[in-house]
Design a protein around this ligand. Sequence first.
Ligand SMILES: [Zn+2]
Length: 290
Amino acid sequence: MSAPSQPPARTAAAAGPPGRSRAAWFAALAAGTADLHEPRRDDCPWCGSRRLRTRLRTGDLRHRTPGRFTVDACRECGHTFQNPRLTAQGLALHHGVPGPGLPATRRHHRSAAHAVRLRCPEPESWLDVGTGHADFPAAAREVLPYTSFDGLDPTPRVERARAAERVEEAFVGRLTDPHIRTLLRARYDVVSLFHQLEHAPDPRAELHAALHVLRPGGHLLVETTDPGSLLAVLLGRWWPPYDQPRRPHLPAPANLCAELGAQGCTVLAVDRAGHLPHDLAGALGTACLL
Ligand SMILES: [Zn+2]
């Protein structure tokens, strides 16, 4: 095992597609946002109910980019989502805006690794989805030194993380990409999804794809914000995890547990304690035993 490495240098270009400066992003957004939204939907994307309510309307409070965004909630299942949702083009544009993220601490990463170690003492293989610069694997290997951590990320950051020896293998793409599904099928003892479902176009499909790359008996660790938390209610649009327009979904933890059960999983633990300082909300840790 090599010594822990330093994170790759973070540049503005690293936060978005190469060659696009921050000024270029703002110029593209200022040209108009009409093509960046899908049609507004009148049913819940999770359960199909038409009993929706508008939870908030807000601008981009983090980067002050143009546009107004609406977040609806389902009265039946509690699923909370951006409506109308950004198109893939719109999501890519907003995800490319450089700026401060919502980082987890090293202590939090180690805590998550410890939680898995209680259930699965020595996993051989672990895939961290949306790993970015592989901050989580770099911290978790201190807790699980014999585990091989791979990283998946839609950006080339994961390749730089591999060059820095923070992950063993790097995959550029998304869990739902057909070539990723084929390549990684039933390969991992543990798959971690840290705040990935909020960004997925279809969180249920993302969850299914995560199960697809698990070995039989593998464990799935999911962490997401809870839109039903008291702070979300108290802070309204100022609750940081809404993070509009970058989070099209805020799945309800109960829905995720029910979906895992429907897929033949056993939910081993649910932790509703807040972890991330910027989250100010409950996080869900779910282990899944196939
Ligand atoms: Zn619903």
